[in-house]
Design a protein around this ligand. Structure first.
Ligand code: PLP
Length: 391
């Protein structure tokens, strides 16, 4: 196992791995649901956590799950990590672990559609209220936090406008008012940003995206201190939301190439963003790596790379924009991101379909907006595909 002082690429390859009795260089897939003990005393020592070990897979006490959690913790500079069957499971479990009926959440800026629904509908039905603030309302953040506010929840960069949120500043306000700072860092990945080093308490990822990176697994992860993760681990156990060992094995395999993938995706997104910024049919390009992007300076300060995600506004209505999307040949129309293949969506038809036209307008989601997740193809081929679709 590699110490946490190693570079990120080294941690991706070696972090968290152990050699088994057969000499395998990486942690094998232990698909077992349960593990045996030499004595009642040994079993009790494991159950009572006096000795670390394997016990029962739903509890997360499985060597393949432990290995990928160690790797993920190292990548975020966290004490621990917990993996889940989906990104939304990581989010819902974290919120349920910290908020009881009567408690309050402040959601700052745009969030993933499923998170918006969870906060605005499911948790509200349980008596947990959320105040939604726009990213332009930073001066209202402190006043929005009440004595019942448990956490300030946000994403960066945001979906679909790629706004970069000031992790240090938001965390500082949250802490000053006794709330936790919880960040969904899915769009950034640990290659481009490490929110815990900037003051956040808990970092969440949809592992379905960059961490998995091949559009072939569904998973989630939460990283933070042991103390912050303890209640989340208990809720994960009792809700039964553990990641399956096969998925944990596949995720560990994917994480070994995380830095090379994400750096290439960053480079492709930069090239595509610069091309689109000059295109006569494009009204606006949202990409943190463009020097005239409103949060470019913050991205430069807080991120190590600008990410593989961008969005742009086509000069045309929803139908004309759909026609552009439909003409793409290499770039696939699919509602996900972070994979090796480039994917495109039109937020009005997918992630923000459920919002009213007024709410979409308030959040800057126009009919001509297109979101693009850059994969690992040659940038020239992505540009060629966009060129022919926009012709
Ligand atoms: C996809 C996504 C989620 C949800 O993850 P699933 O793995 O689909 O459950 C949460 N947050 C962000 C930012 C996402 O992109």
């Amino acid at each position: 196992m590699q110490p946490s002082t190693s570079g990120l690429s080294t941690l991706c390859v070696h972090g968290g791995e152990t050699r088994d009795a057969e000499g395998a260089l990486t942690t094998p897939l232990y698909d077992q649901s349960t593990f045996g003990f030499p004595s009642t005393q040994a079993l009790l020592d494991t159950i009572d956590q006096r000795t670390p070990g394997n016990l029962y897979t739903r509890y997360g006490m499985n060597p393949t799950i432990h290995a990928v959690e160690r790797k993920l913790a190292l990548l975020e500079g966290a004490e621990s990590a917990l993996v889940f069957g989906a990104g939304i499971a990581a989010i819902s479990t974290t919120l349920l672990a910290y908020c009881k009926s009567g408690d309050h959440i402040v959601c700052f800026g745009d969030v993933y559609g499923g998170t918006f629904e969870l906060l605005g509908s499911n948790l509200r039905d349980l008596g947990i209220q959320t105040t939604f603030l726009l990213s332009s309302e930073f001066d209202r953040l402190g006043a929005a936090i009440t004595p019942r506010t448990r956490l300030v929840y946000f994403e960066t960069p945001t979906n679909p406008n790629m706004e970069v949120m000031d992790i240090a500043a938001i965390s500082e306000v949250a802490h000053a008012h006794g709330a936790l700072s919880v960040v969904d860092s899915t769009f950034g990945s640990p290659v481009n940003q490490q929110p815990l080093t900037l003051g956040a308490d808990i970092v969440i990822h949809s592992a379905t995206k960059y961490l998995g990176g091949h559009s072939d697994l569904t998973g989630g992860a939460v990283m933070g201190s042991n103390a912050h993760l303890a209640p989340i681990a208990e809720w994960r156990k009792n809700l039964g939301l553990i990641m399956a060992p096969q998925v944990a094995f596949l995720l560990a395999r994917s994480l070994r190439t995380l830095t090379v993938r994400v750096r290439q995706q960053n480079a492709n997104a930069q090239a595509v963003a610069e091309f689109l910024a000059e295109h006569p049919r494009i009204k606006q390009v949202n990409y943190p790596g463009l020097t005239d992007f409103p949060t470019h300076a913050l991205a430069r300060k807080q991120m190590h790379g600008f990410g593989g995600m961008l969005s742009f506004v086509v000069d045309g209505d929803a139908k004309a924009t759909a026609a552009v999307v439909d003409r793409l040949k290499l770039i696939a129309l699919a509602p996900s991101l972070g994979g090796v293949e480039s994917l495109v969506t039109q937020p009005v038809t997918t992630s923000h379909h459920g919002l009213s036209p007024e709410e979409r307008a308030r959040r800057g989601i126009s009919d001509g907006l297109v979101r693009l997740s850059c994969g690992l193809e040659d940038a020239a081929d992505l540009v060629a595909d966009l060129t022919q679709a926009l012709r």
